[in-house]
Write a protein that binds this ligand. Structure first.
Ligand code: NAP
Length: 243
């Protein structure tokens, strides 16, 4: 049985760094993305440079039918393979104060992070249970722990993922499947490009934004066999920002 890792939102940023890390750990990687094929191909090259197979799987994590169709087809075509590492990383921001937030801003953020996590995890759950081994890592955020003004939608989506992480961890622990969340603070990616880094950095005890590779190293550890007794946890990686 060949084991694979699936990273949603693997084309850019934190997702890309996690794809490369998991490849370095010996996993062939299924790289999901929504629309940025050029970026996804760059990730695939980096995975291949680690000597691993890279498979591009474009779909919208928020679209349950599309998720079922694409992942179902892959599973059908690869009956001797199992996805044993799942990284629910795809996410977007649509910041606005609640007073000015429209329905689309609310739904698109919840649908990508929270509904997306449900769509993918549901599709992969039975094969993972039958495999009696698995690692699920949900990328959440400091916002989901602390709540951030201007991010009621994003904070709700990430807090929802944290609750789901803790509940699912207890459901599947006896099958050797761990479920954990990683909560980054500010990490240098496209998502944080337009933020005022200088101003925000002054609030961070480490006085810098994090690197995607630092988050990937943590994800790599949680995805490893050595992390087998850690489950239902939210691990922060934020330069000391949250106390
Ligand atoms: P990013 O650079 O903006 O990359 C987002 C990734 O998600 C891209 O690969 C994008 O694909 C994919 N994506 C977006 N919507 C999708 C959808 N509906 N279906 C499938 N893929 C989708 O973001 P990032 O900073 O790496 O963030 C990754 C995760 O970390 C997110 O969940 C984010 O909330 C979380 N996070 C980030 C920070 C930070 O400071 N950067 C802090 C805390 C938490 P395309 O390339 O095709 O658009």
């Amino acid at each position: 049985m060949q084991s694979y890792a699936l990273v949603t939102g693997g084309s850019r940023g934190i997702g890309r760094a996690i794809c490369v890390k998991l490849a370095a750990m010996g996993y062939p990687v299924l790289i999901n993305y929504k629309g940025n094929r050029v970026a996804a191909e760059e990730t695939a090259s980096l995975v291949k440079a680690e000597g691993q197979e890279a498979v591009l799987l474009p779909f919208d994590v928020a679209d349950k039918k599309e998720v079922e169709a694409v992942l179902g087809q892959w599973q059908e075509n690869n009956k001797d393979c199992v996805i044993e590492v799942l990284i629910n990383n795809a996410g977007i921001r649509q910041d606005a104060l609640l007073a000015f937030m429209n329905d689309d801003q609310w739904h698109s953020v919840l649908d990508t992070s929270l509904q997306g996590m449900f769509n993918i995890t549901k599709q992969l759950m039975n094969p993972m249970l039958m495999n009696r081994y698995g690692r699920i890592i949900n990328i959440v955020s400091l916002s989901g722990l602390k709540g951030m003004p201007g991010q009621v939608n994003y904070s709700a989506a990430k807090a929802g993922m944290i609750g789901a992480t803790k509940a699912l961890a207890q459901e599947v622990a006896k099958r050797n499947i761990t479920v954990n969340a990683i909560a980054p603070g500010f990490v240098k990616t496209d998502m944080t490009e337009e933020l005022n880094e200088k101003e925000l950095t002054s609030l961070i005890p480490m006085k810098r934004f994090g690197e995607a590779e630092e988050v990937a190293d943590l994800a790599g550890f949680l995805a490893s066999r050595q992390a087998g007794y850690i489950t239902g946890q939210v691990i922060s990686i934020n330069g000391g920002l949250y106390t």
